[in-house]
Structures are given as structure tokens and as C-alpha cells.
Design a protein around this ligand. Structure first.
Ligand SMILES: [Cu+2]
Length: 483
């Protein structure tokens, strides 16, 4: 008697108190109810009709870090053609890339849950771009949208140069989703630049209001000088380094496709404003510990879905193809530094600024970069330091180990001023005649340092800067953020 009464009571208790998900689904409907999703998109079509004109088009696309507002139209028509072209991934480093929409990363798509994406792509890898000779052979490409729920064998199939693939899908989940080429070797296609992001808002929009919205995409490059020694615009061409790629040893780790790009061109914000960043880590092989120096993430929505919320976080850990939306206040005037807090990655270029000043004061950054007492006072050394950070940083570090070129900490101790002057004036002459230079070349995968076209005054400034570094205790100066 007692038992038959208590069992239904116990069941009710378990349902209401111990399993709130069951309880709330009875009251509200599950936003991810699969029976209400569109899971039967039409088959993809492949034709030999070639799209011409712009490589990227569609009102839902943003081409830069600044994310355009949502287009209310529920069907988003998007054209993203694949092209091969040369991009500058760091000052003087022109890299033979494969792209979606003619840029790396590809344009960002913005849409909302329930929207339909009507996608079309022509493989135009056989077309020459604005007079530049064809640098990489035409090849098969494809498109894989992480934002979609579709058959990969149908929608993500590879198409040949000259072919066009078109397909549609409905967005079922909110998030910041990666898209990429899925043609084997996928690793090679991603490392060559074939990726971008789809931002999908919840059906009713985000629960917070913000003043600024930016997209930050982290990715790696694996570059080596072209073994065929080709040049673009008079400078050496860089191509994909397959050995480094397989060993997951990038030469550059960057935000939005460019080494320190958002240091030279900071993203604007004002004190008191709330900023939302859509952060995607493409990889292909490294994780990101995304952090913004000087503030705290009020909200973190893992993979860009507000259902996955954290509050008050300092850093967000993103695996390859993971993302997050982070929101924070800009407390006061200043330059707030976005970094991958894995500092080996930051030193390869994964640094950017959100700044309240239109042109960020690079001295500000220097104060974060190194203790104030380790900033040179001699004008020649200061000039050398500034030039070094803009011209040499892509290949050299100070105190952070080898990059494409040697770590330059201690260089004035191992070389004379005469040798350094001769080297900086003409590395090619030194490589032809000087045994020390020839030894260095061997240690650096036979990658000759390109002539930097320096004046005598500039050479003197670099040497002053290196002397100044070497006069300080070892390790006290590093040319990367170490706040
Ligand atoms: Cu591809």
C-alpha cells in the first residue's frame, strides 16, 4: 500500500527536481528539436558553367575584421570562388596561397538560425589574377561548411577547375563555424589559405547589446623560399613548406591572415564601450589560448552559442576549428592587446590591438612588450628597435629562439660590427664569399636572408639596437609581449 503510493511521487520528484531539462522541455520547446530542423536539403548540382566577375559576392559577407550587421533577408545567396594568388603574410613575405573569394581568410558569412544559405562556388584556380603569372598548378577544390548538416559525399565533393558547385542548407544551430576546403590533402589546402567563418546568430539575436563587433581568425602559415627561386614584384616568392607542415612547425601564426596586422592597423573602440569578438581558431595544427591584455571577458560563449556560457574569464582555449564569442568592456583609454597566450605562437605574429587611439601609439605597446626600464634611450637604438619590429620581426626574434632566421640575442657578441655591417649591406655577397655566412645559411635550411635594401644610417641604427640589447642581462629583453 505504502509502496504503490510513493512510487509515482518519487518519479515526479525525480523529474522536477533532479532533471530540470526534462521539466523545462515540457514547458518550453527545445530550440534544437530535430523534428523541426530542415535536414533534407536538395542534392548539390555540379555544372561546367564558369562564374566570372567578383570572386566573392553576397550581402551577408564581410571582407574585413569589422562584421557587418545582419542582413534580415532569410535566404542568403553567397558566391565564393576559389583562386590561387600571392598574399603578403608578413612584411616582405609573399606567399603563394589558395583562397576562397580571393582573400585569406575568406569572407565572413553572417546569418541567423532558420536562414537558408544558397551557396555557389566556381573553381577558378586556373585563372591568372591581375597580371601575376600562375604560380600554383590548377587543382581540385571543395567547400565544407561546419555550419551545415548535410551529406559530405554530396555537398562537399571536389570540383575541377572551370566547374561550379551549388547547394543549399538551413542553419540549425547558432555559433561561429569554420568553413574550409575538404579536398585531400586537406591539411595542405587549409595551410594554403582555404578557410573562413560563418557567424550564425540565435533566432532571437544575442542576449546582450554591444558597441563593436569584430571577427578574429587565428591560423598558421608554413612558408619557405620557393625552391624554383621565382619572384613576385621583384621580391622572392614563398611557398608551402611541406616538411614543416607535417611536423606542425609553423613559420607564422597570425590573426586575420597577417603577421601583427592589427598592430599596425588597430581595431577602434572607445572607453566605456562593450566589444564582442567572434574568435575562430583555424589551426590547422595548434591550439589558441586567446586573451586580451587589460580586460576580462564578461561573457564567453563557447563555439559562439550563448547556451554555452562562461562569465568572467581571462583566457579561452580553442582547439583547431573551435571558436568562441567573447564580450568585454574597454575600461579606459589604451591599447588592449589580443594575444595567443601560448607565447611561442604570439611571437610568430598572433598579436593585435583594440585601441582607443586612431593610430595606436606603438610606444604604448612597447611598455607592455617589455619592462619600461628596458626601453632604449639612445635615439639611434630607438630607431633601430622600431625598424626591427616592422622589418625583421617576421624572420627573427630576440631571446625567443629561432624563427626563419637566427635569434638575434647576443649577435654583437658573436659577430664584429664590421661583419654585421657587411652582412646587412649585402647578405648575397657575404653568402658568396664569407664562410661564417655560408655556415649560417646551412643551419637555416639554405634559406638566404633577402637583401633588406638598408641605408648606411639604418645599418648603424640596427647595430646600435643589437649592442644595447647585448649590454643588458641575458633574457631581460625579448621582442614579444611578456607583460
Ligand atoms: Cu582546396
Amino acid at each position: 500500500m505504502r509502496l504503490s503510493l510513493s512510487v509515482p511521487f518519487l518519479t515526479l520528484f525525480l523529474l522536477t527536481a533532479c532533471n530540470p531539462a526534462v521539466d523545462s522541455s515540457a514547458a518550453k520547446s527545445d530550440p534544437y528539436d530535430a523534428t523541426k530542423m530542415d535536414l533534407k536539403p536538395k542534392p548539390a548540382t555540379v555544372s561546367s558553367e564558369r562564374h566570372s566577375g567578383a570572386f566573392a559576392s553576397g550581402s551577408a559577407l564581410s571582407l574585413t575584421a569589422e562584421l557587418k550587421p545582419l542582413d534580415p533577408e532569410p535566404v542568403k545567396t553567397i558566391q565564393l570562388d576559389t583562386t590561387h594568388r600571392v598574399i603578403e603574410i608578413a612584411p616582405g613575405v609573399k606567399f603563394s596561397a589558395w583562397t576562397f573569394g580571393g582573400q585569406v581568410p575568406g569572407p565572413t558569412v553572417r546569418a541567423r538560425v532558420g536562414d537558408k544559405i544558397r551557396f555557389s562556388m566556381t573553381n577558378r584556380s586556373d585563372e591568372t589574377v591581375s597580371g601575376v603569372q600562375l604560380l600554383a598548378a590548377p587543382m581540385m577544390h571543395s567547400m565544407d561548411f561546419h555550419a551545415a548538416m548535410v551529406s559530405p559525399q554530396d555537398k562537399y565533393r571536389s570540383i575541377a577547375p572551370g566547374q561550379t558547385i551549388s547547394f543549399e542548407f538551413t542553419l540549425n544551430y547558432p555559433g561561429v563555424f569554420m568553413y574550409h576546403c575538404g579536398t585531400p590533402m586537406i591539411l595542405e589546402h587549409i595551410a594554403s589559405g582555404m578557410y573562413g567563418a560563418v557567424v550564425v546568430e540565435p533566432k532571437g539575436g544575442y542576449p546582450t547589446k554591444v558597441d563593436r563587433e569584430y571577427v578574429i581568425i587565428q591560423s598558421e602559415f608554413y612558408a619557405k623560399l620557393d625552391p624554383e627561386k621565382r619572384k613576385v614584384d621583384g621580391v622572392p616568392l614563398y611557398v608551402l613548406d611541406g616538411d614543416r607542415l607535417k611536423a606542425a612547425q609553423p613559420t607564422h601564426t597570425v590573426f586575420n591572415g597577417v603577421h601583427n596586422g592589427m598592430v599596425t592597423h588597430p581595431l577602434p573602440a572607445k572607453p566605456g564601450e562593450r566589444v564582442r569578438l567572434y574568435v575562430l581558431n583555424v589551426g590547422p595544427s595548434r591550439t589558441s589560448s586567446f586573451h586580451v591584455v587589460g580586460t576580462i571577458f564578461d561573457r564567453v560563449w563557447i563555439d559562439g552559442n550563448p547556451d554555452n556560457q562562461f562569465r568572467g574569464m581571462q583566457t579561452v582555449l580553442l582547439g583547431s576549428s573551435n571558436s568562441a564569442i567573447v564580450e568585454f568592456m574597454i575600461p579606459e583609454e589604451g591599447s588592449y592587446i589580443m594575444v595567443d597566450h601560448h607565447f611561442a605562437n604570439a611571437s610568430q605574429g598572433a598579436i593585435g590591438l583594440i585601441s582607443t587611439e586612431p593610430k595606436a601609439d606603438t610606444k604604448d605597446l612597447e611598455h607592455h612588450n617589455m619592462p619600461a626600464t628596458t626601453t632604449p634611450t639612445d635615439p639611434a637604438a630607438i630607431a633601430g628597435k622600431q625598424d626591427f619590429e616592422s622589418k625583421c620581426f617576421a624572420c627573427h626574434s630576440i631571446g625567443q629562439g629561432k624563427k626563419l632566421g637566427p635569434d638575434l640575442a647576443g649577435v654583437t657578441k658573436r659577430r664584429s660590427a664590421e661583419w654585421l655591417t657587411a652582412w646587412l649591406r649585402s647578405p648575397e655577397k657575404m653568402l658568396a664569399n664569407d664562410p661564417v655566412a655560408q655556415g649560417l645559411l646551412k643551419e637555416h635550411n639554405n634559406l638566404p636572408m633577402p637583401n633588406q635594401n638598408l641605408s648606411d644610417a639604418e645599418i648603424r641604427q640596427y647595430i646600435e639596437y643589437f649592442r644595447w640589447i647585448d649590454a643588458r642581462p641575458a633574457g631581460s629583453v625579448t621582442a614579444v609581449a611578456t607583460h
